[in-house]
Design a protein around this ligand. Sequence first.
Ligand code: ATP
Ligand code: MG
Length: 401
Amino acid sequence: MQYQSFLIKYAEIAIKGKNRHIFEDALVKQIKIALRKVEGTFSVTREYGRMFVSAQGDYDYDEAVEALKHVFGIVGICPVEVSDVDAPDKLKEKAVSFFGREYPDTDKSFKVHVRRLDKRYPLDSQQLNAMIGEAILEAYPSTHVDVHEPDIMLQVEIREKVYFYSHVIPGPGGLPVGSGGKAMLCLSGGIDSPVAGYMIAKRGIKLDAVYFNAPPYTSERALQKVIDLAAVIAKYTGPIYLHNINFTAIQMYIYEKCPHDELTIHMRRYMMRIAERLARDNECGAIITGESVGQVASQTMASLQATNEVCTLPVFRPLIGFDKEEIITVSKKIGTYETSILPYEDCCTIFVAKHPVTKPNVDVIRRHEKNLSEDIDRLFEEAIATDEVIIVGKEDVRQMA
Ligand code: ATP
Ligand code: MG
């Protein structure tokens, strides 16, 4: 059956009181962005705590559902048939024929659930439930009613129009991107950081991203891998501004001036400082990383303290308590895993020490960092000046009603 509309269910946002319109506006915007990629022309409308997506004319149903499944804030996508408000007899006929088209020859159990939002309607919900239920039993005798655990729940909502639906396609949940501000994701080509970005975006936060590139030690293909990862995340978030920063000079300078077992810590401190500058210049309220405590030497509690202390913005580390296996499960689910495991060099792996410190002493790190004082400020500014912004996930804008 080809539906012209979808009823969009959004639970968590509905309870946000006075801020509700902020969340709803953000959700409408994200739905529109998601549908730009889909063949067809759509409109998004709101009606008393319900949101509807309607297609004008032909459209690609599967693509539309797929796009909506990527919009945070949506908990359910219900393909819905919309009709005028008719007298009870006519309404009953429509419900019966809707049921028959949805479930031809079914022997499953069902329940009818009518919601009468227009109280002027001549019958109340209980009367309508009973009337429609009986009519379905009569028309399709192989079905039966089960009010506790029905296989099929036929929903009928009477508003300015009547809405029939019975399928609820799960959405991703969370909050609509943009409703919680924006943060700067440190995005490498690994498995972890794309997952970290996804998780924070799911809490309603829009993402900018920064990638530290180290040519000629890292290739164009390594950059392309990061762009590809950002493109997968952008399916959930809308376009991402990816800042590509040339980090080579800073890395070389650290390599020259600091003890090699501390290289990663010093590099991470400068990455975080640059991320913080970019975050502030781009209205981001936090930095996001894919760190997980204990995963590698640079992610022990002592190492995290050493990298964290250079930032004043909050640093979100949503994977902090995750095992690698758990992270991999999410990365497979969201579609970044296959790209993440491609073998291109990340800038850190070239300069890693054989035996990195696992318990850096912050005072010692600070002291060794002074070895950089001659040139580091200049190199820092030069690195910022290399900022190349790549807008990822900006598809052609199709017509929106
Ligand atoms: P990932 O799988 O995300 O690469 P990782 O386990 O390899 O993480 P590290 O290399 O120690 O861990 O990096 C920790 C975090 O620092 C990453 O999750 C990412 O947020 C950030 N990061 C590391 N390298 C880069 C880079 N080249 N560009 C941007 N961010 C980076
Ligand atoms: Mg990495």
